[in-house]
Design a protein around this ligand. Structure first.
Ligand code: SF4
Length: 442
């Protein structure tokens, strides 16, 4: 495919920016790693899409035209501001999500990465992922993203059945998806992830497993399985309500999930998280930060972040949400340097609850060492060791509590939500017994 002149200019700019970034990284010896409070992952939200998918409840907009230069400028400004506010000195990973970030130009991606690398240490080998949709990611553009500094792609493939893709309102066909996947693997070998959905209306177990087998013949080393969540306000929800589509069957979805994960295990994939599978060590380090309750900054309209503002005292961490609507967000960024709409201080107990709910999503679970980083006084044994309910879960083979820490078994990972209904109240109880008054919560 021949590059347009504008696209070529954009890629050259992107490549130069990426080279500058590597020079910034490569000028001296690696600095010694800063403490956890000065490290974070960075999420960048690109809010625009070409078309609304029928199931989508994300913060996305279908614009008539995108003022990309203005958006780029605001993303750069907000990244600089939040890095300054947080005192973060090292960014371990960057994730461009959306929306459809593959609609942005590589130049925008490069500009954000360069701003990050100037404000903090962004190691040259840090994971930089971009979500790409098959239709909006023709091959020269994928190469452009690589030149801009992206080193991992996450492809929103969703299905290999054209009827299902139409039902989902996707703009691509199964053929487009496989072509994009092949091109992505050529450009980013070993660094391509694909999403596959399950539990769609009228979907049957056998044909879905056939899709998964087909995908295994084409995919790289990372795969995510997501169950469709029917959200109020979406076109799909309305169709199911009106009876024009059958409601998804949760039992069939559970069967797909169980059989799917067994097939993936057989194919050499490690299920390292409830929905995520990797082989050859291709785990997503960015998402791992979320599950390990690490700090992350979120920039862009509606992005979420969790970090400790520099110099803040009296609480442990803050949850931040940026203004949802892109035009309003841009105005705020131009006025204040950031578009933070909501800041919610998290108590120590809330942080520990997140640590349990997110940590147990992974196969490693919560190690004693990890837990101690957040709570040195009250051990996992103190919280869960004496509980009769936990003993039952251990006996049922759903949970493990041992010298390594607390984690779900293979069987338990599939029913995590029900386990949390037991575990979180136990944590709250143990915390209240330990801390008599909420005033003293750190
Ligand atoms: S491409 Fe993704 S974000 Fe955009 S409408 Fe579809 S599901 Fe939503």
């Amino acid at each position: 495919m021949v590059l347009s002149r504008a696209a070529a200019r954009s890629y050259v700019a992107a490549a130069k920016a990426a080279q500058r970034r590597h020079r910034v990284d490569g000028t001296g010896k690696s600095p010694s790693p800063p403490p956890a409070s000065q490290r974070a992952a960075l999420y960048v939200h690109w809010p625009y899409c070409e078309k609304r998918c029928s199931y989508c409840h994300f913060n996305k907009y279908i614009p008539r035209g995108v003022e990309e230069a203005a958006m780029r400028n605001c993303l750069v400004i907000e990244a600089q501001t939040l890095l300054r506010f947080s005192g973060v000195r090292r960014v371990d990973s960057v994730f461009f999500g959306g929306g459809t970030p593959s609609l942005a130009s590589p130049h925008t991606v490069a500009a954000v990465l360069e701003a990050v690398a100037q404000a903090a240490h962004l190691p040259a080998d840090s994971e930089v992922t971009l979500e790409a949709n098959p239709t909006s990611a023709p091959s020269p553009k994928l190469a452009g993203f690589g030149a801009a500094g992206v080193n991992r792609l996450s492809i929103g493939l969703q299905s290999l059945d054209d009827t299902e893709l139409q039902l989902l309102g996707r703009t691509h066909s199964a053929r487009d998806a496989l072509q994009t996947l092949a091109e992505a693997r050529r450009l980013f070998p070993g660094r391509v992830s694909v999403d596959l959905m399950l539990g769609l209306p009228a979907q049957k177990v056998g044909p879905w497993l056939g899709q998964l087998q087909e995908l295994l013949r084409h995919c790289d080393d990372h795969l995510s399985l997501y169950q469709l969540s029917l959200e109020r306000g979406t076109a799909l929800f309305a169709q199911v309500q009106q009876g024009t589509l059958p409601a998804p069957d949760p039992e069939l979805a559970a069967e797909m999930y169980q059989e799917g994960r067994a097939i993936l295990q057989e194919a050499g994939f490690r299920q390292y998280e409830v929905s995520n599978f990797a082989r050859n060590g291709a785990l997503s380090t960015h998402n791992w930060t979320y599950w390990q309750c690490g700090q992350y900054l979120g920039i862009g309209p509606g992005a979420h972040g969790r970090f400790m503002p520099h110099g803040a005292e009296g609480y442990v961490r803050e949850a931040r949400i940026q203004t949802l609507e892109p035009d309003n967000w841009m105005k705020e960024v131009m006025l204040f340097g950031h578009g933070t709409r909501k800041r919610v201080p998290l108590s120590k107990l809330e942080l520990l609850e997140e640590c349990v709910a997110l940590g147990l999503r992974t196969d490693v679970g919560i190690t004693h060492q990890h837990w101690q980083r957040f709570e040195p006084q009250l051990t996992l044994w103190d919280v869960f060791g004496a509980s009769r309910e936990v003993k039952e879960l251990l006996q049922q083979g759903l949970l493990l509590l041992d010298h390594r820490g607390l984690r779900c078994s293979w069987k338990g990972l599939a029913v995590l939500d029900s386990l949390l209904l037991t575990l979180l109240p136990l944590l709250q109880e143990a915390w209240q017994q330990r801390v008599p008054s909420p005033v003293t919560e750190g």
